[in-house]
Design a protein around this ligand. Structure first.
Ligand SMILES: [Zn+2]
Length: 68
């Protein structure tokens, strides 16, 4: 399965108070999100750099934590 991310523009409504932080660095994304599938889960990042960081740092760490 090939996973390709895509940019998703954030449309903020005046009544909308939902903020979307980056799954990697936690920064609140204001304009557009990099949406990509990581290990079968949809994740949102502020940049492709954060996706890379997430894949190289967070995912192996999570795997190590869940490994028995
Ligand atoms: Zn980020």
């Amino acid at each position: 399965m090939t996973t390709v991310g895509h940019w998703e523009p954030i449309v903020t409504q005046i009544w909308d108070t939902v903020i979307t932080p980056c799954d990697c660095c936690g920064q609140v994304v204001a304009k557009r999100l990099w949406v990509v599938d990581v290990d079968g889960e949809e994740h949102r990042f502020c940049s492709t750099r954060c996706e890379e960081l997430y894949r190289t740092h967070v995912v192996p760490q999570r795997r190590a934590e869940t490994a028995t």
